[in-house]
Design a protein around this ligand. Structure first.
Ligand SMILES: O=C(O)CCC(=O)C(=O)O
Ligand SMILES: [Fe+2]
Length: 347
């Protein structure tokens, strides 16, 4: 039997104020970033910018995260501790990789979902009417499991070490964030360790390149990344400030309304994935998002903090009650993941 991917029950209504606010007491910590942010039109400031991370006041940070995850499923993380230089180097290395002759990239063609994915060969939207996504990608996973593929040191010196260091640093930010998410659910900070999600996590990272110059000869709708939700716990995304990312808060509403997610220099854009949505019984939202085909070339790096493959995802006790029963049956992450991966490549 196929795993059940979407809830059968109607969407639970969530009581919360409709507008998340940018944290009010914007201290001196990130003056330039925040000053720039405040120049944006008011409607673009409604997301949470988590600037005090990690913070001595974990409970107020957790409260802010809770509100953002309920209302938007997306927030920005600044002061995340991943060195700006390292982020710059990863983007440089990403550009170096995608600039290689296609024959060289093809030597690293995906095996086991690791390595190079050519333009149009993945489609994030399982809807049969959409075309493959206009982006190329390089995917890697856990550093020690032996499945990753790497360009040669000769072709791209220091490539592997830069990308691996970045993976490790972002993974550790993700783990810290998960303990705050656990707190935000009124549960123990080590909740996700206790649930086995972090025993052997299948965290994946994608270096993504949207060429920006593809020609649409057919009249088909083409996306850089077609509409999808991420299937893990949380995603930490770094972008190069070229716009294109959009979210749709209500996937079932027609016509769908898409809002831009403006870039915030130096910040990770964090979003909730399907596993977190299931754990929280849809209280935290795994929001539909997409990337428009950019007019100009665009690079991003997405870190998908996924649980261990044998982790069973089951509604958390603080997220259900007699009047609000679990909306999904328990599911093993590997079963869920296999089905979603099958749909990604089913062109
Ligand atoms: O490139 C981006 O901005 C978003 C990518 C994304 O959503 C994904 O790969 O899951
Ligand atoms: Fe995504």
């Amino acid at each position: 039997m196929r795993p059940q991917l979407s809830p059968k029950l109607p969407r639970m209504s969530i009581t919360c104020s409709s507008q998340a606010k940018v944290c009010a007491d914007l201290t001196m910590k990130m003056p330039q970033v925040l000053a720039k942010w405040q120049q944006k039109p008011k409607e673009k400031q409604k997301w949470l910018v988590l600037y005090n991370f990690p913070s001595p006041d974990r409970f107020s940070t957790a409260k802010a995260i809770r509100q953002a995850c309920i209302e938007h499923g997306f927030f920005y993380l600044v002061n995340h501790g991943v060195d700006e230089e390292l982020v710059k180097k990863v983007f440089e290395q990403s550009r170096n990789f995608f600039s290689l002759p296609v024959e060289d990239k093809m030597k690293l063609l995906q095996r086991n979902h690791r390595g190079y994915a050519r333009l149009y060969t993945i489609k994030l939207d399982p809807n049969p009417s959409t075309k493959g996504d206009a982006r190329e990608a390089f995917y890697m996973g856990p550093l020690a499991d032996g499945h990753n593929q790497w360009p040669s040191e000769e072709d791209l010196p220091s490539w592997r070490s830069t990308v691996e260091t970045y993976y490790q640093k972002v993974a550790s930010v993700g783990t810290k964030l998960l303990s705050l998410i656990a707190l935000s659910l009124n549960l123990d900070e080590d909740l996700f360790e206790k649930l086995g999600a972090l025993n052997d996590p299948l965290a994946m990272m994608g270096l993504l390149h949207y060429p920006g110059d593809h020609l649409d000869s057919s009249n088909e709708e083409i996306h850089g990344a077609s509409a999808h939700s991420d299937f893990g716990m949380i995603t930490l995304l770094a972008t190069d400030d070229v716009p294109g990312l959009q979210i749709c808060r209500e996937k079932s509403e027609q016509p769908q309304v898409w809002e831009d997610v403006p870039s915030l220099s130096g910040a990770f854009i964090v979003n909730i994935g399907d596993m977190m949505e299931r754990w929280t019984n849809c209280m935290f939202r795994s929001v539909l998002h997409r990337v428009l085909p950019p007019e100009q070339e665009r690079y991003s790096v997405a870190f998908f903090a996924n649980p261990s493959t044998d982790c069973i995802i089951e509604c958390l006790e603080s997220c259900c009650s007699e009047s609000c029963p679990p909306r999904f049956p328990p599911i093993k992450y590997s079963d869920f993941m296999q089905e979603r991966l099958r749909l990604l490549y089913d062109l």
